[in-house]
Design a binder for this molecule. Structure first.
Ligand code: FPP
Length: 256
């Protein structure tokens, strides 16, 4: 598949972002506000995932990446972690059928070895089943961390070329080993739930992404909220280090 993954290419921002990456935050607080157990927020969070996947596909987004479970989330109470695992399993079983019917390709990135063999098998099955689909690619980041990704990419790079000359290592040597090498870098990063942090999400790939933060809790994030984020994105001028004048006359541009 052809895509632009270099920050040296300036994509057109007149339409929807090609790759949207989301930190889905605020499930717990959404539930607590309603005097519900925190896990009720995760259940509603899954409904929001469904709505945002559908809306993204309908608007022509090509890649949607969702941070479902960070490397740090294992520190949560054991019953919440096990609830999230069950929800993940259920989603892999049920939602994937619908995704497949809608030509959606599913990928899961992260350190998957920590998940149960059952979940790992479900992930492999879901990825294999949807691999040939040509519509939206939904990536679930699970037990993912940006630093983990950089480290595993370095290990893979060196395993493949142990005698690599350090001076020859540039972005194009490392980037193909990153977990999401199949996707262009996110054009738009969204974080719900009011915090304004990257929280060890796609550290390398977010270098030039537009950042959008909203106080809306994830279970309340829907197609209308996604449209607000897209409207904000369209107002941004993405310069990738260039001056505004260079964007008007790209022939004059350098790429610094
Ligand atoms: C953050 O809210 C959310 C999570 C850690 C889990 C995300 C899970 C889902 C959206 C549902 C399942 C999704 C899939 C793809 C199976 P939080 O619990 O940190 O909320 P808080 O900050 O209010 O405590």
């Amino acid at each position: 598949m052809q895509h632009i993954s270099s920050t040296l290419d300036v994509p057109d921002t007149s339409y929807v972002p090609r790759h949207v990456a989301i930190i889905m935050d605020g499930n717990g607080r959404w539930a607590t506000q309603r005097h519900l157990p925190r896990v009720a927020g995760h259940t509603r969070g899954l409904d929001a995932v469904r709505a945002v996947v559908e809306a993204s596909a309908a608007r022509g987004v090509q890649f949607l990446t969702l941070f479902a479970f960070s490397s740090e989330n294992w520190r949560r109470p054991a019953d919440e972690v096990s609830f999230l695992m069950r929800l993940f399993m259920m989603a892999l079983r049920r939602e994937v059928v619908k995704m497949h019917a809608n030509n959606i390709r599913l990928r899961v990135v992260g350190d998957l070895a920590r998940f149960s063999p059952r979940i790992q098998q479900l992930i492999r099955d879901a990825e294999a089943r949807t691999a040939g689909n040509t519509g939206l690619t939904v990536t679930i980041a699970a037990n993912y961390g940006g630093r983990w990704d950089l480290l595993q990419a370095m290990r893979k790079m060196l395993a493949r070329s142990p005698m690599l000359d350090p001076a020859s290592i540039d972005e194009s040597v490392l980037a193909p080993h990153l977990a999401m090498a199949y996707a262009p870098e996110p054009d738009l990063f969204i974080r719900t739930g009011g915090e304004q942090r990257i929280s060890n999400f796609l550290l390398w790939q977010l270098a030039y992404s537009e950042l959008y933060f909203t106080d809306v809790f994830w279970p309340d994030f829907d197609a209308a909220e996604l449209d607000k984020a897209f409207a904000s994105y369209r107002q941004r001028e993405r310069r990738f280090g260039r001056t505004s004048a260079q964007l008007v006359a790209p022939g004059l541009s350098g790429t610094a």
